[in-house]
Structures are given as structure tokens and as C-alpha cells.
Design a protein around this ligand. Structure first.
Ligand code: NI
Length: 199
């Protein structure tokens, strides 16, 4: 089932999300719905707060970043074609390496892309959809997607990383997203429209 993606300005996107346990109801259905929602919106990552649930869960599929066959190999894309995962109760244990800038976008902030600077490498611990514990190291685009989605469960958006001036220049466009005065080709819920939310 495709779920509406919560738009910029909704308080759920600014909340620090809470951990879940194995008793969390209908988790497999929620994960399946999140993948369907993400693919429909052509995203490479989706965090639970973006569909209105303030829990520490996000999904990723980085395969759109994979090299075309005739492209020069991009070291940042290594392994990205198999980077489809579910992260439950993740903790970024360590970030390292040089910082690099990349134009990020967000399904909750359609139409806006800006450079965000982050470390190139990280170590993360998490549970997968079968509640198996993992500790893994990522770099390149995979690390970048994780950092962006991890921010979501901490209540941070990529726009929070921009300079005050840059953010000021975006104020009107961000306000238009909140009230739904935008063209977007996937289902969204706009806080400026809504009477009430049930979480
Ligand atoms: Ni996002």
C-alpha cells in the first residue's frame, strides 16, 4: 500500500524517533508499504517519520546510483547496486574520512536539492527486518544515504545543514511545500492542509 509522504513543516519530521522492539505490530507490512511508497516516489531511502511514524526505522535501495555499463567506474558507487536494506534501531557508531559535498534531495522536500557536506565513511550497528544484529562499514553513496536517513530519525532534515543565508533564500519555497502549493507526482500529506493527524 502506498502511504502519503509527510511534507516539510510537519512536526513529526522534527521529533527524535523512539526505538521499537519485536512486538511492534505489523512491522513486516509497514516495511513492505514503505518500500512500495519509496519506489513509487523514486526515492533511494525512506525513514518512518516521513510516513508519520516516529520510530527508529528506515529503508534504503541505492541501486539507482549504480554505474551505467558504459560509465567510468565511480568508486563512490561500489556495491550500491546491492544496497537494499532495512535498518531498525540503528546507531552510527563512528564517522571518519574526508568530508565531501553532495547535492541531496528529500521526498519530504520535493523540488529542492542542495549541497550537504558529510564524512565519507561510517560504522553502523542495527537490526534487520528479521531482528538479526549487524555491524557494518559503509562509504560513498551508501554512507551518504544512511547519513541522510539516520538524520530523519533524529529529527534532522538536510535543510538543517545549510547556512542560515541559504536557508533564508529557500523560505518561500519551503513554505509552499508545507501548504501543498507544489507539483508533485506522488502522494503527500501537507501539514498546512491537514486538520488533524493520528499517530
Ligand atoms: Ni529525506
Amino acid at each position: 500500500m502506498i502511504l502519503p509522504v509527510v511534507a516539510y513543516g510537519d512536526p513529526v519530521l522534527k521529533k527524535e524517533a523512539v526505538e521499537i522492539d519485536e512486538q511492534y505490530p505489523d512491522l513486516q507490512k509497514l516495511i513492505a508499504d514503505m518500500f512500495e511508497t519509496m519506489y513509487h516516489a523514486k526515492g533511494v531511502g525512506l525513514a518512518a517519520p516521513q510516513i508519520g511514524k516516529s520510530i527508529r526505522l528506515f529503508i534504503v535501495d541505492g541501486s539507482p546510483f549504480a554505474d551505467e555499463e558504459d560509465d567510468e567506474p565511480d568508486p563512490k558507487a561500489e556495491g550500491i547496486e546491492h544496497f537494499k536494506k532495512v535498518f531498525i534501531n540503528p546507531i552510527i557508531e563512528e564517522e571518519s574520512g574526508d568530508k565531501w559535498a553532495f547535492q541531496e534531495g528529500c521526498l519530504s522536500i520535493p523540488g529542492i536539492r542542495e549541497n550537504v557536506t558529510r564524512h565519507e565513511k561510517l560504522v553502523i550497528t542495527y537490526y534487520d527486518e528479521n531482528w538479526v544484529f549487524h555491524e557494518e562499514t559503509y562509504e560513498g553513496y551508501a554512507a551518504r544515504i544512511i547519513q541522510h536517513e539516520y538524520d530523519h530519525i533524529e529529527g534532522i532534515l538536510f535543510t538543517d545543514h545549510l547556512s542560515p543565508l541559504k536557508k533564508k533564500l529557500l523560505t518561500k519555497r519551503l513554505g509552499n511545500i508545507t501548504i501543498g502549493a507544489i507539483n508533485v507526482d506522488y502522494k503527500m500529506s501537507f501539514p498546512g492542509h491537514k486538520k488533524q493527524r493520528l499517530i
